[in-house]
Design a protein around this ligand. Structure first.
Ligand code: ZN
Length: 100
């Protein structure tokens, strides 16, 4: 068996940028991390975006514009369908009346 094959094992102190601190087993004595289970958006549920030069805002504006457009298009499609169906009904009624 080789000697000194395994690295030293520490009970490492981990400190997060949010202020949370805990200990884990690791090969380094201490760690500084940016996200932990206390502050990660996946666990907290709130959205925190790192914005560079308003790119996120621009994207959200574009997204809202597109969603409004598609909503209008859907509504107008439905009204057109309803109108065309009503016209068909009228035609069918006329045919029925003329047949009798
Ligand atoms: Zn944290």
């Amino acid at each position: 068996m080789k000697k000194e094959l395994h690295p030293p094992y520490y009970l490492a102190k981990v400190t997060c940028s949010c202020g949370n601190a805990f200990e884990i087993g690791a090969t380094v004595e201490s760690m500084r991390i940016e996200l932990c289970g206390n502050c990660h958006p996946f666990y907290t549920g709130d959205q925190k975006l790192v914005d560079t030069a308003g790119r996120v805002e621009k994207f959200q504006q574009r997204l809202s514009k597109v969603s409004k457009k598609t909503e209008k298009a859907r509504v107008s499609d439905k009204t057109e369908k309803v109108e065309s169906n009503q016209e068909r009904l009228k035609e069918l009624k006329k045919k029925l009346i003329t047949q009798q």
